[in-house]
Ligand binder design. Structure first.
Ligand code: ADP
Length: 193
């Protein structure tokens, strides 16, 4: 059976986590956020968490092999679902290639990439605000936030083009009320599944 495999895409602070919560309810998909998985590992002080923390605290990406391995484990541990919402993954071209290969080996594929379009100034504003309450070290320092945006521009934005070449990339306006953005997302996703 073909599953629904959505990539929720966009810069840090674009609202992926917020929208993913609503989307999983509506479409009954499993939400897999690599950032959340890393924070869970950090909370439990596992070797994986300790390694990830070194990178995350500086606003850098965790190495691909670590991230890809963790992602595959999570998918493999949850085979009996209608599909997945990948949030924060893939963040590099090697991650995208690994995901395609992995899904292909299970006779699955990416249904679509859905990008939330939000400009840099708005993002810095949102992340600094989130940092006041989130307890996330990477949100409380403007330098680290700028670094994450830079890494997004240098390494992650190209993932949009990668799936665009498969005619699988889509973009919606990511500024507005949470409800309006959710409605835009649903309209788009309904056309994909
Ligand atoms: P945000 O999208 O708001 O930056 P995330 O929770 O998605 O937050 O990610 C936080 C940090 O976790 C990233 O800055 C990075 O260090 C690490 N991370 C998350 N996903 C990945 C990934 N796919 N590849 C490498 N590092 C990742």
């Amino acid at each position: 059976m073909k599953k629904t495999n959505l990539i929720l895409f966009g810069p840090p602070g674009s609202g992926k986590g917020t929208q993913a919560k609503y989307l999983v309810d509506k479409y009954e998909l499993l939400h897999i956020s690599t950032g959340d998985l890393f924070r869970y590992e950090i909370g439990n002080a596992t070797p994986l968490g300790l390694k990830a923390k070194e990178y995350m605290d500086k606003g850098q990406l965790v190495p691909d092999e670590v991230t890809i391995g963790m992602l595959k484990n999570k998918v493999d541990a949850n085979p009996d679902v209608k599909g997945y919402i990948f949030d924060g993954f893939p963040r590099t071209i090697p991650q995208a290639e690994a995901l395609d290969k992995f899904l292909d080996s299970q006779e699955q594929s990416v249904t679509g990439l859905v990008a939330l379009d939000v400009d840099d100034d708005e993002i810095v504003k949102r992340l600094l605000k989130r940092g006041e309450t989130s307890n996330r070290p990477d949100d409380s320092n403007e330098e680290v936030i700028r670094k994450r945006i830079e890494v997004y521009g240098n390494e992650t934005a190209v993932v949009y083009d990668y799936y665009d070449r498969q005619n699988a990339s889509h973009k919606i306006e990511g500024v507005g009320s949470i409800e309006d953005i959710f409605a835009r997302l649903c309209q788009l996703i309904d056309g994909l599944i």
